[in-house]
Design a binder for this molecule. Structure first.
Ligand code: BGC
Length: 254
């Protein structure tokens, strides 16, 4: 077991890629903190924590709000006395032509995808330093930290920001032996892609762009997250791991 007794916070862990990561981390022996955002998911998130076992807990909190993140971190330290791994997985995307996008939509995407990563990473790293150093920060960004996606300007801008935040933190936190890396998923079969997955034509078109010929699965992303969160990745920092079935190679063909 790669993560025996480690305390791991996964934001947005009650669905999609986050759920896959939380499940894999628990299977590797971690005590998982499942962060979720909405009161309507209370019961489901609590049930998930019970299912994962290993003292796992579920904590509500909106990562785009500093006060929520602070509260969550206090609850984690109160419960476990430490934090070893933080996975910034919570993220949203809004499809809108650039000329029609509103300030409110821009702020929402930036709030969760960028400020959320800033708040969670800063409070996690502060706690890790307080413990005497060591720790892992993993951001779930996207292939769109690098390649454009028409209709998703705020999303792409937010993921580009996370790419640079990760690179800076990797340098600043290296003296404390905190590893900081990104995972850049391509098209993964999760609720964020529901509209495409539910529309046979859109799905076929999406698959045509993927050399591997299918969507990825959350557990395929989780496998890389488990490696990055483990002691085996001690010398890995400041990098992005793309998991996309070759999608970005195909896109750069055009
Ligand atoms: C987006 C998906 C998209 C995928 C590949 C992801 O970051 O969330 O909507 O299908 O990138 O373009």
């Amino acid at each position: 077991m790669k993560l025996q007794d480690k305390v791991a916070l996964v934001t947005g862990a009650n669905s999609g890629i986050g759920k896959g990561i939380a499940t894999r981390f628990a299977a590797e022996g971690a005590r998982v903190v499942i962060n979720y955002h909405s009161p309507k998911d209370d019961q489901q998130a609590q049930a998930m924590a019970r299912d994962l076992g290993h003292d796992s807990i579920a904590l509500i909190g909106d990562v785009s709000k500093r006060t929520n993140v602070q509260r969550m971190m206090s609850q984690i330290v109160e419960r476990f006395g430490r934090l070893d791994i933080a996975v910034n997985n919570a993220g949203i995307e809004i499809k809108k032509p650039f000329l029609e996008a509103t300030d409110e939509e821009w702020d929402r995407v930036m709030g969760v995808n960028v400020s959320g990563v800033f708040y969670v990473s800063q409070s996690a790293a502060s706690q890790m330093v307080k413990q005497g150093g060591g720790g892992k920060i993993i951001n779930i960004s996207s292939v769109h930290e690098d390649i454009p996606f028409s209709g998703y300007t705020s999303y792409c801008a937010s993921k580009g920001a996370v790419r640079m935040m990760m690179r800076n933190l990797a340098i600043e936190l290296a003296p404390y032996r905190i590893n900081v890396n990104n995972i850049a998923p391509g098209a993964i079969a999760t609720p964020i892609n529901r509209a495409v997955l539910d529309d046979p034509n859109a799905k076929e078109q999406a698959i045509e762009e993927i050399p591997w010929g299918r969507f990825g699965q959350p557990d395929e992303v989780a496998a890389v997250a488990a490696f990055l969160a483990s002691d085996e990745a001690q010398y890995v920092t400041g990098s992005t791991y793309t998991i996309d079935g070759g999608l970005v190679r195909q896109v750069t063909k055009y």
